[in-house]
Design a protein around this ligand. Structure first.
Ligand code: 5GP
Ligand code: ZN
Length: 116
């Protein structure tokens, strides 16, 4: 999608703090981090959200990226949270499917961290 910020980041049109990349997926630091580690895992192709017919191989690539990135930051030892806001009630603000990786401190078990 031509006016989508995450499409532009994924195709290199807008430079960003990239932490992982493969053929299907990129991962980069959130511009407004809510936790000491706040990384977004984003498919290179545009899907509106997690229920937008995302192919299994893309979901698998995203899971692999989460594995690599969390190990990169040592979060495999401490724990972390993954969330994907979907639609209005969740407050999704970028309508290109992405998974937040949140970690680097104790997360509130009650609050849906990753949302203000
Ligand atoms: P959502 O609210 O859709 O779940 O999450 C969108 C996330 O994207 C927010 O946490 C926001 O800070 C982040 N974000 C929005 N625009 C940009 C950008 O241009 N660059 C980066 N790195 N993150 C962005
Ligand atoms: Zn997009």
């Amino acid at each position: 999608m031509s006016d989508c910020i995450f499409c532009k980041i994924a195709n290199g049109e807008i430079p960003t703090d990239m932490v992982y990349e493969d053929d299907l997926v990129v991962a980069f630091k959130d511009v407004n981090p809510l936790t000491p580690v706040h990384v977004l895992v984003v498919p290179k192709k545009h899907y509106a959200n997690i229920v937008d017919n995302v192919p299994a191989e893309v979901l698998a690539a995203m899971a692999h990226a989460i594995d690599v990135v969390t190990k990169q930051y040592g979060l495999d030892k401490t724990g972390f949270r993954c969330i994907t806001n979907t639609g209005d009630d969740a407050g999704q603000s970028v309508h290109h499917f992405h998974i937040h990786i949140l970690g680097g401190r104790k997360l509130d078990p009650e609050a849906g961290e990753g949302k203000k």
